[in-house]
Design a protein around this ligand. Structure first.
Ligand code: GLP
Length: 260
């Protein structure tokens, strides 16, 4: 019996007292073994038959647990060769001190970027959009919603809102919103970004190809022109398993806010 199998059965023994249905116990044992790194990305899972006979449970129960984990993205099944621990997402490290675009961030890392359009058009603004962008109810808002994909992996859903006076034809932007804004002299020079934790709803999870309910990051960016006017109000959902946001911290100088 493989080392992976031993690890799973050790976890299964620990959860045997829980009284939970057997398939849930097995699912949790496999998940725990993966999360604790006892079995790693690419490791083969023992066969359905081996697990069933060693744990003394039916193959139907094993199949149910394994199918759940495949659906949840923890395991992958390769036709003809078996079931494996899914490869781990390579994390993107993103500085929080530079005002860059998604296209620039990914290009710097040598990743191929593309976007799938979810929505683009002119709409009556929502109360939030009116407040942030300083629009009145008889003005229009340009909405640009995209699934952002790098090296074929969906990383984020970004929903940008701008005044229609700045972006009168949202369908005309190419692959980069910031590049389009640059051509009309509206590229932002400063932004305030708010990051919070979010559990992904069904629709977002499906687009990002992750299990529903999994942890993600909600990011709101409000960006400004040099004149101080708000130019962009973007709300995004990023995959929690793909991003590390990194900020450099310095001791503040004399007279600066926050000095102890
Ligand atoms: C980042 C920001 C968004 C911004 C986008 C522009 O991802 N979070 O607020 O709209 O970059 O990216 P691009 O110019 O590639 O469309």
């Amino acid at each position: 019996m493989s080392e992976a199998a031993d690890q799973i059965f050790a976890m299964l023994k620990q959860s045997a007292q829980s009284g939970a249905p057997l398939y849930l116990q097995l699912r949790k044992s496999i998940e725990d073994a993966v999360n604790r790194g006892l079995i790693g990305p690419g490791d083969a899972l023992p066969s359905e038959r081996d697990i069933a006979s060693k744990a003394d449970i039916s193959r139907v129960t094993v199949r149910k647990a394994v199918q759940d984990l495949v659906k949840g993205g923890i395991l992958v099944q390769r036709h003809g060769s078996g079931t494996f621990v899914a490869p781990r997402m390579e994390r993107v490290e993103q500085s929080l001190s530079r005002l860059t675009s998604f296209t620039e961030d990914m290009a710097r890392r040598g990743m191929a970027v593309r976007s799938a359009w979810l929505d683009r058009g002119l709409y009556a603004p929502s109360p939030d959009e009116m407040m942030v962008l300083g629009l009145s109810s008889n003005e229009l808002v340009a909405r640009v919603a995209r699934l952002r994909i790098a090296n074929d992996t969906p990383l984020a859903i970004e929903r940008a809102a701008l005044s229609a006076s700045v972006l009168p034809d949202p369908a005309a932007i190419g692959s980069s919103l910031y590049a389009a804004l640059e051509t009309t002299g509206h590229r932002p020079v400063r932004a305030v970004q708010r990051i919070s934790a979010a559990n992904l709803g069904d629709d977002d999870a499906r687009l990002l190809e992750v299990p529903s309910g999994i942890a993600g990051l909600h990011i709101e960016r409000i960006s400004y022109l040099a004149s101080g006017k708000v130019i962009e109000f973007t709300r995004s959902i990023y995959r929690g398993d793909a991003y590390d946001f990194v900020a450099e911290l310095r001791l503040s100088g004399p007279g600066e806010e926050g000095r102890p």
